[in-house]
Design a protein around this ligand. Structure first.
Ligand SMILES: NC(=O)c1ccc[n+]([C@@H]2O[C@H](COP(=O)([O-])OP(=O)(O)OC[C@H]3O[C@@H](n4cnc5c(N)ncnc54)[C@H](OP(=O)(O)O)[C@@H]3O)[C@@H](O)[C@H]2O)c1
Length: 294
């Protein structure tokens, strides 16, 4: 019997994992999702004892002890982090460290989600696991610090870097483009950042395979959908698949003027040898879900 605890239950990945566990339940695997009201990761003074309570009480419940923890919660506001550095590091580094220590103490396999933003600098071939990181900006540095905390404190961990996540759930680029297309005939989108849009639904399937089928060694991995594009190319494909006439005006990063720096090229070389479908096919599935929600 396996029991998985997921932080960030209200986020894109959390909701994608919940959707998957309901639509494709696995015999012998139960899932528990926590959101901010269950466990506020900014309250680090009480977090260690809260985690200890949660994990030590679990074996007395009919579902039994937790065997895996997917840490999907994070301070994900890339631009907001520039002015909320303390909070970003508290949630992404300190709380992650406490979670890693608690998992190690209870023999739990921890999955930490990290980001393509740990890379920066000139590049035109996918980033490999062995490439040195160079995070720019508060969000990227805080996530990199989370990676280090997990590696230092929980030997039984997978750190999975992913990129440009979107899903039928929560806030994301796809939903923003669809909203903008309702009100504007043309949208300005950045064309000088290249990455791999990744469906959180596909990431959820990949994580489940990683935990319950793949038997890969612990450590770092990269997972994203196959192929690469710019944000402008991504927007064009969204409009194309939705048969919208909205035009994309390409602009550069400097003209867009976002507060946080972003990598110009952040395509990841996949290290998880499964569910690597093309980003356009993954997009079409997510758009189908979004269209059904209307
Ligand atoms: N989105 C991307 O493009 C992307 C790319 C690469 C890697 N990642 C990483 O992938 C993981 C999942 O991303 P996502 O897109 O699913 O994120 P998301 O949709 O932004 O969700 C973040 C989750 O974290 C929770 N959270 C934030 N602050 C919290 C706090 N103080 N206490 C408790 N919970 C808190 C949020 O709760 P509320 O709903 O209450 O705010 C939400 O459930 C994250 O680790 C992220 O860094 C994301």
């Amino acid at each position: 019997m396996s029991r998985v605890l997921v932080t960030g239950g209200s986020g894109q990945l959390g909701q994608s994992l919940a959707f998957l566990s309901q639509t494709h339940p696995q015999p012998g695997v139960s899932w528990t999702f926590l959101d901010r009201k269950d466990l506020d990761l900014s309250l680090t003074a009480s977090l260690a004892s809260q985690l200890e309570g949660l994990l030590s009480q679990a074996p007395q419940s009919p579902l039994g002890a937790y065997t895996h923890l997917i840490h999907a919660a994070a301070f994900t506001g890339v631009d907001a982090a520039e002015t909320q550095e303390n909070l970003a590091f508290t949630v992404n580094e300190k709380a992650t460290e406490l979670i890693a220590k608690a998992c190690a103490a209870h023999g739990i396999c921890l999955v930490y989600l990290s980001t393509d933003f740990v890379f920066s600098g000139p590049r035109n071939t996918p980033w490999r696991l062995s490439d040195p990181i160079a995070p720019q900006g508060v969000y990227a540095r805080s996530k990199a610090a989370g990676e280090a905390a997990v590696a230092a404190h929980c030997p039984t961990h997978y750190t999975v870097r992913t990129s440009w996540l979107y899903s039928p759930f929560g806030h994301n680029f796809v939903k923003t483009m669809l909203r903008l297309a309702k009100a504007h005939a043309e949208v300005k989108v950045v064309s000088d950042q290249i990455g791999s849009p990744t469906s959180a639904l596909d990431l959820a399937v990949a994580l489940r395979t990683l935990l319950f089928q793949a038997q890969l060694p612990f450590g770092r991995h990269h997972f994203s959908n196959r192929g690469a594009t710019s944000w402008a190319g991504f927007a064009r494909e969204i409009f194309n698949q939705q048969r919208l006439k909205t035009q994309v005006q390409e602009i550069d990063t400097a003209s867009f003027g976002a507060p946080a720096p972003r990598p110009t090229y952040s395509v990841l070389e996949n290290s998880l040898p499964f569910h690597q479908r093309d980003w356009k096919a993954a997009l079409s599935e997510v758009l189908e879900h979004i269209n059904k929600q209307k």
